[in-house]
Write a protein that binds this ligand. Sequence first.
Ligand SMILES: O=C(O)[C@@H](O)C(=O)COP(=O)(O)O
Ligand SMILES: [Zn+2]
Length: 210
Amino acid sequence: MTEQALREEMVTLARSMFERGYATGGAGNLSLKLPDGNFLTTPTGSSFGRLVAERLSVVDIDGNHLSGDRPSKEIAFHLAIYRNSPDCNAIVHLHSTYLTALSCLEGLDSDNAIKPFTPYYVMRVGQLPVIPYLRPGDPQIATELANRAADYRAFLLANHGPVITGTDLRDAVDNAEELEETAKLALMLDGKAIRYLTDAEVSDLEGRGK
Ligand SMILES: O=C(O)[C@@H](O)C(=O)COP(=O)(O)O
Ligand SMILES: [Zn+2]
């Protein structure tokens, strides 16, 4: 895809998420890898419902601002993931309701906040490690994500929200939507006797693709 097509796709997918309630106000940020090796990201403070293709920010792999409006304050953690996860070409960070609610619970398994109970969660996301609470924009978030990026496709920032990767922006958005629905189900099922997938059932799903 050309840079112009990627810009238009970011605007379209962001607006779609906004209109369906996955993003509200100025929360969240998106990024994707451009054909020239630089990165396109949402400007800081921007609403997913009102992005403008020409005003999206471009940064290089070191975080230098090359063009467009001032980039997201979380661009450092996006770049940390790209540096450590060669298959990742796009990233979605949301404050979506159910994943953010989950991120506020005590006692989450730091290696996997959602124990698998549906196949599609395993196929699209796999595991959801929890990054300890850090204030938004803290450079330490990048360090924490860099340490885990090679092994996981999504992360839960404690008391904040999810970070989801994809092979392109559409894939990352689809993964984000699946993860949000899974968190909704997990919270609906809280306190009920869940039949979790067995280790054998999870292994059978892993590596089969989507
Ligand atoms: O929670 C925050 O403040 C950020 O993580 C966020 O979601 C929005 O920041 P910007 O991308 O700088 O608007
Ligand atoms: Zn945030």
